[in-house]
Structure formats: C-alpha cells, structure tokens
Design a protein around this ligand. Structure first.
Ligand SMILES: [Mg+2]
Ligand SMILES: [Zn+2]
Length: 178
C-alpha cells in the first residue's frame, strides 16, 4: 500500500482558462510538473480527477480529453514525472449531449472518481490527500474520507513539498527484524 495525491487538473496542474482541450492552449501552472515529480519520487501514487462538463455541453469530446491527457503525460515524461491515472467526469445534469446529461456520482463534489481509483489501486487512504482549487474538490475528497488542501494558485511544487510526509521504504533500507 502507498498513499496517493489526487490532483484536480484545471487551476492546479494547468491554468484554468475555461474548457481547455487543445494542448496548444495549455499553460502549465508554475511548479506543476516538478510537483508531480516530487509526488512520484516520494512514493505516492499521482492521480488526476477532473470534471470535464465541456463534453456534456458539446464543446469537445471524450477523445479530445484523452489526447490532452496523453500530451500532458508526454510533457511530464520530459522531466521524469508521470501520472498513474487520469479520471474525468464527462457529465452535467443540464448538458446538451443527451448521453452525458445525467446527475452522476463522479462529478465533484461527489466522490465517484476518487472512489473508483481507491478500488483499482492499493492506496493508503489515511496518508493520502487531494489538491484542488475549488470547494467542490475539497468536498469530494472529504466524502471519500481523504484530506484535502486548497491550492493558493502560486507555485504548486512549493505548495506540495511540505505536505509529502510519507517515507518510501526504498530499495536500500536495512531490515533489522532479521
Ligand atoms: Mg479546478
Ligand atoms: Zn460524472
């Protein structure tokens, strides 16, 4: 078991310019890529949980979100960082696209995306936390039973570094239990 950091995407990893789906328009938040690397290096899972109601609203499609996340993964790989899983909610109760016009369990502040990840990965819930820029992010984390912090919008690496308290056992630890 390892703890996890759940990142909101828009306003945390990339600047929230409203319904971003084109990689050419993505502006990384200062320190965001370094923050993901720090999370990786500390032995936490790095997850992204993002509401993408732009799909329900007909602004873009699921494939655009997936390809944006692939692009983000390539950008992260340049600095030796990676996201273990991206989860997105395509729904909105007032969406234009009928198949996505539902009151779902995954749209934050509901905890469905976090809970889905907790079912798929061996996560130490007590040492895990969420980073969001809205109260709905914090509410989703709270509903899933994990801690959460409201990002101040400055430098994500500086914000997250003091929160990474988990000590990865690592490959060189001497076991005295013999
Ligand atoms: Mg956000
Ligand atoms: Zn949903």
């Amino acid at each position: 078991m390892r703890p996890a950091v759940f990142f909101d995407r828009d306003g945390v990893l990339n600047e929230d310019d409203g319904y971003t789906f084109d990689p050419n328009e993505v502006r990384w938040v200062d320190g965001a890529r370094q923050a993901v690397k720090a999370v990786n290096d500390a032995g936490y899972f790095a997850f992204v949980v993002t509401n993408q109601s732009g799909i329900a609203r007909g602004f873009y499609e699921e494939r655009h979100v997936r390809s944006l996340h692939e692009w983000m993964s390539r950008e992260l790989a340049i600095v030796g960082a990676h996201v273990d899983a991206f989860e997105f909610c395509p729904h909105h109760p007032e969406g234009l696209i009928e198949q996505y016009r539902v009151l779902c369990n995954c749209r934050k502040p509901r905890p469905g995306m976090i809970k889905a990840l907790l079912e798929r990965y061996p996560v130490d819930i007590g040492a895990s936390f969420m980073i969001g820029d809205k109260q709905s992010d914090l509410a989703a984390a709270q509903a899933a039973g994990i801690a959460a912090y409201l990002f101040d919008g400055a430098n994500l690496h500086a914000f997250i570094a003091p929160l990474l308290k988990y000590q990865s056992p690592g490959p060189h630890r001497t076991d005295t239990a013999g």
